[in-house]
Design a protein around this ligand. Structure first.
Ligand SMILES: [Mg+2]
Length: 190
């Protein structure tokens, strides 16, 4: 598939999406795992991604997490962002996605999955819109319909959110809620 064909296919697929599933390490983070002396683990999340997730939710597109690892700090970040679908500690992400489809009655074409490495491959190949980050493994890049120009933890999820909202014609409306005309006197709108 050429880049143009891929982008057109991604745009078409994005119009159907009701749920975006995200891998954590290497997608919502830069993939580094930080450990403190006391055994505690640290991760850095990007606030731009956080707002992208909020924009999707306000645009009636659900967001969920599917990760092989398990961490309480992830649970906390998800709670902050109002993410209710949080699947942790699942090595086989495809099975996790299939179970979720059954629970939610969504079809594969209504789901997008964003990952960065081989454990995400089967899920990306199965859902309607496979998405990946700028610094993804090359196999993922090849098999995804859409690739962010930003790396994991560097705004890739924000760009993915805007891509899906844009394809559904919802982006301008979400952005406009932040503009001064939405906040002040309606005279400014004339
Ligand atoms: Mg990963």
């Amino acid at each position: 598939m050429t880049q143009t064909t891929k982008l057109r296919a991604a745009d078409e697929a994005a119009q159907q999406i009701r749920l975006l599933l995200l891998d954590v390490d290497g997608v919502l983070t830069d993939g580094r795992l930080y450990y403190g002396d006391d055994g505690h683990e640290f991760k850095a999340f990007n606030v731009k991604d956080g707002l992208g997730i909020k924009l999707l939710q306000r645009g009636d597109i659900d967001v969920g997490i599917v990760t092989a690892r398990q961490s309480s700090l992830l649970s906390r970040r998800c709670a902050e962002l109002g993410i209710e679908i949080v699947i942790q500690g699942r090595e086989d992400k495809l099975i996790a996605v299939r179970e979720l489809l059954e629970e939610t009655s969504l079809t594969e074409s209504q789901v997008a999955f964003m990952g960065d490495d081989l454990p995400d491959l089967a899920a990306i190949q199965t859902v309607g819109l496979g998405m990946t980050v700028a610094d993804a493994n090359h196999v993922l890049v090849d098999q995804s319909l859409w690739q962010s120009q930003y790396p994991g933890g560097g705004g890739a999820v924000r760009e993915a959110a805007e891509f899906i909202l844009g394809a559904q014609g919802k982006l301008d409306q979400q952005v406009s809620t932040y503009s001064s005309s939405a906040k002040f006197d309606t005279r400014h709108n004339e």
